[in-house]
Design a protein around this ligand. Structure first.
Ligand code: BTN
Length: 327
């Protein structure tokens, strides 16, 4: 049995950005106007952006959602696919929080979402800027997979981000090997996958893909250095899509891909790197220039080295560079 607040939210969610008469809402829900008012106030308390319009009723602002587990549930009227949902206004890092929960036995399908991170982690020990215009989330997965197959989880996460953003925002993202998503030539999303292995079986105990999407961060909120290379889906600062809704849409698509993690075809089609000259930075090596050829069947980037040899990179950092001049 739905509470008044839940029933009111359902009505308002059916008409985002529209004025809904208080009287009509009261009639539809079979409650008094005072009860509608009380329900709207309770929803505002949770963070939903509801504007009370004198004599015109109530409006749920487009793209509004609350940083609450209920906002995730509201995205799945047929039932949430997640075993457990934790939503935090701010956390050190959703990956760290997910690892803490996994260590306490949190089940497969536990989703941790935050509106900001104070110690967001990027790849290669870097910091990941995590201001409140983005959404940051980590999903605990416990597939029966060998640790060596974890790379498919990151690739699948990139594909799930593309699918979620395309479905909710109608925007096409490109993939930069290995795990960055680009919009209009700049990075809008980064992925960091962490895992724990059972040493006796060699199987994953858990794997946690952590995803950060810049949703409506304005360029000035990144700082000058980051804003040269990063952007957000809605750099004007106004998003018609809620952050929790976007995180839930992506995480649900990723959960659905588990355990087959069948991502390669879509990943290859969206990856813009093959065909370019790149600078490769691999841990403990001097950067070098190579020509990117293709993504192979294991998700590795195949490159031609300056001496003519061909090698496949499993990990590393690349940047696109202009083709060298002919001698
Ligand atoms: C990168 O681009 O270097 C990877 C960035 C990954 C960021 C996400 S945000 C959610 C999760 N929590 C973290 O601390 N990092 C990942």
């Amino acid at each position: 049995m739905k509470s008044t607040k839940e029933a009111l939210l359902e009505e308002l969610l059916a008409h985002p950005g529209e004025d809904c008469s208080g009287q009509v809402l009261a009639q539809r829900l079979g409650i008094s106007r005072a009860a509608v008012n009380k329900g709207a106030a309770a929803l505002k308390e949770e963070g939903w952006q509801i504007t009370a319009l004198p004599r015109r009723g109530y409006r749920l602002e487009a793209g509004s959602d609350a940083l609450t587990p209920q906002a995730v549930e509201a995205c799945f009227p047929e039932g949430s696919p997640f075993a457990r949902v934790v939503v935090l206004r701010e956390v050190d890092s959703t990956n760290e929080e997910a690892k803490r929960l996994a260590a306490q036995g949190a089940p497969h399908g536990t989703l941790v979402i935050a509106g900001a991170q104070t110690a967001g982690k990027g790849r290669r020990g870097r910091r990941f800027e995590s201001p409140p215009g983005g959404v940051y989330f980590s999903l605990i997965l416990r597939p029966a997979l060998a640790a060596s197959q974890a790379v498919a989880v990151t690739g699948s996460a990139a594909v799930a981000v593309r699918r979620g953003v395309q479905a909710l925002c109608g925007k096409e993202l490109a993939i930069k090997w290995v795990n960055d998503l680009y919009y209009q030539g700049k990075k809008v999303c980064g992925i960091l996958t962490e895992a724990a292995t059972n040493f006796e079986t060699g199987q994953l105990d858990y794997v946690i893909p952590g995803i950060g999407i810049n949703v409506f961060t304005r360029p000035q909120e990144f700082g000058p250095e980051v804003s040269r290379v990063a952007t957000s889906l809605y750099p004007s600062g106004h998003s018609p899509v809620g952050r929790v809704a976007l995180a839930a849409a992506v995480a649900a698509r990723l959960l659905e891909m588990c355990p087959s993690f069948d991502y390669l075809e879509e990943y290859r089609a969206a990856c813009f790197v093959p065909g370019h000259w790149v600078t490769v930075q691999a841990a403990g090596q001097e950067p070098y220039t190579a020509q990117a050829l293709e993504i192979d069947d294991q998700g590795r980037l195949v490159v031609r080295l300056p001496g003519g040899g061909v090698t496949a990179l499993s990990y590393g950092e690349i940047s696109i560079r202009p083709a060298p001049l002919e001698p």
